[in-house]
Structure formats: structure tokens, C-alpha cells
Design a binder for this molecule. Structure first.
Ligand code: OOG
Length: 262
């Protein structure tokens, strides 16, 4: 860890202000090239603590870079995780206000709704499924605070993995009724299909991705809790959108989730 106390506070303020002011900023590693993943997760934690001081509540986790394609694009071999807070939850029946974002993109995801606490370092996909009450279709809105979504892994972890908003569809299914890796997905914008994918794109199985995050948290004595919502990672590339666009994600068996923007 190369981070000093003054440095972490400065970075947290920098990223927090960028989000509040809806402003793109230069990536953190331009100024602090030596910071590493451990530093980045520590900055992320402090950023969330700052949100909590301002009244937000942690309600779950999100995974990122879970697809091989995205890992190769970034030249990394590991996924990343960030936190979801209650103010990130967006509602399907309300239009998203474009002015609240910097340069948002939408990603298709499968959400896990957790019914029991789960901690450990050897947690498996089966363990995750056994504490999952429901799975649901979801859309994550990512909105990196960095200029043109240009960042290193360290930068994106510090920035809470570009988290911004998320939608959970209204159909909830018992995961035992499905083979999540076989679920197909089609994402369209204004009726035009732009992305397709399958559950297997998420580290082979979305529950494997969640197990990875639980084990990673386990290294720090943390875990996931009853009531958590977990976004298991994008099934395809993200797509950008503008005011008056409508994005729809249709999953085989899992249902549909959509939003429009104004
Ligand atoms: C990082 C977050 C990506 C995912 O599911 O891969 C992500 C980014 O591309 O901004 O959430």
C-alpha cells in the first residue's frame, strides 16, 4: 500500500466532487501512478463511507469486468467489485434524467436477491445459489467519472467501478428453476437490437462471479448479507444512450427490464 492518509482523502474528494458536479476528470493514476489495487479498494471503501455520511445506505454489490472479452480489452485476469447504495436504485416507471449523468451507458445484468448472510474464502457458485432467494433481470447504468471512460483497473476500482444507477425488473424467479448459464439476452435501443449475450458470458456462470466477489470480500473479513442485491456483471458490451432513448433488455425465461430517458 503506497497510499498516505492525506492522499486518500484528496482522491475521495476529487471523485466525489466529479460525480456531484457531473464532470469528467483526469484519471487518478495520472497524478498517483504508484497506487495499487489494495489502495484502490481502500479509496473505494472511503468513498462509500463518505456517501453514507451524506445519508446513503449500502444495499448490495456490483461486479465488473466479469466477461472474458472485457478482461482482455483491459488486459486483466480478474473481475472487480463495487458497492450499490440506495440512491442508485432507479425505477422502471420513472424516466431517467439525462442531466443527472456525465456520459452514461447501459449494461444488461442478472441480479441476485440474497436471503442469508454468506461469508468465507472458499465459497462456491452452489453456495451462492443456496442463499439466493430470487434472480431478476437488471440494467446497470455505468457513468465513469473519468474522461472518455479511459482508466486503468486501479482507477476504476477507486471510482466504485463506474457505478451510477440500476434497474431491477419486476419478474423474480427462483434460481433453482433455471440454468443461468444458458439464459439468452437481447438488448435493444429504440427497438433496434444492439447487443446479444448469454449468462455464460459472466465468468461461465453468473453465480461463479458472485462467489468470486464473496471470496474476495472474505479476504478482508467481509461478506454479503441478507437483503443484498448483487449485480453479477454485464453479459455484453455497454451501450450509450441519450435523452428520449428507450433501452430494453429481454432475457430468455428471466423476463424483461427497460427504461427510457428524458
Ligand atoms: C467498468 C465497470 C464495468 C461490468 O459489468 O463489466 C461493469 C466500466 O466499464 O466502466 O460494470
Amino acid at each position: 500500500m503506497v497510499l498516505t492518509k492525506g492522499m486518500d482523502k484528496e482522491i475521495v474528494e476529487y471523485l466525489y466532487a466529479a460525480e456531484k458536479d457531473r464532470r469528467e476528470v483526469v484519471k487518478v493514476t495520472e497524478k498517483y501512478p504508484k497506487i495499487n489495487f489494495i489502495d484502490a479498494y481502500s479509496i473505494q471503501e472511503k468513498l462509500i463511507q463518505k456517501r453514507e455520511k451524506d445519508g446513503s445506505r449500502r444495499i448490495g454489490l456490483k461486479l465488473g469486468l466479469t466477461s472474458k472479452a472485457k478482461q482482455e480489452m483491459m488486459g486483466v485476469h480478474e473481475a472487480i467489485y463495487g458497492y450499490l447504495t440506495d440512491d442508485m436504485l432507479a425505477l422502471e416507471w420513472e424516466q431517467l434524467r439525462y442531466e443527472e449523468f456525465i456520459h452514461p451507458k447501459a449494461e444488461p445484468e442478472i441480479a441476485f436477491l440474497i436471503k442469508e448472510n454468506l461469508h468465507g474464502k472458499d465459497v462456491t457458485a452452489e453456495d451462492v445459489l443456496s442463499v439466493t432467494q430470487f434472480v431478476a433481470p437488471a440494467i446497470e447504468i455505468i457513468d465513469s467519472r473519468y474522461l472518455n471512460f479511459n482508466f486503468t483497473l486501479t482507477d476504476v476500482i477507486a471510482d466504485n467501478c463506474s457505478s451510477s444507477r440500476f434497474f431491477i425488473g419486476s419478474k423474480w424467479t427462483n434460481p433453482k428453476e433455471l440454468n443461468l448459464e444458458e439464459i439468452g439476452m437481447v438488448m435493444s435501443k429504440n427497438g433496434e437490437v444492439l447487443q446479444t449475450g448469454s449468462g455464460a458470458a459472466v465468468l461461465g456462470h453468473p453465480a461463479t462471479a458472485v462467489a468470486w466477489a464473496v471470496n474476495k470480500l472474505g479476504e478482508m473479513g467481509k461478506g454479503i448479507k441478507k437483503g443484498d442485491i448483487i449485480l453479477s456483471g454485464a453479459l455484453s458490451e455497454a451501450i450509450s444512450f441519450e435523452p428520449s432513448d428507450t433501452i430494453q433488455v429481454q432475457f430468455d425465461k428471466l423476463g424483461t427490464v427497460s427504461f427510457s430517458c428524458k
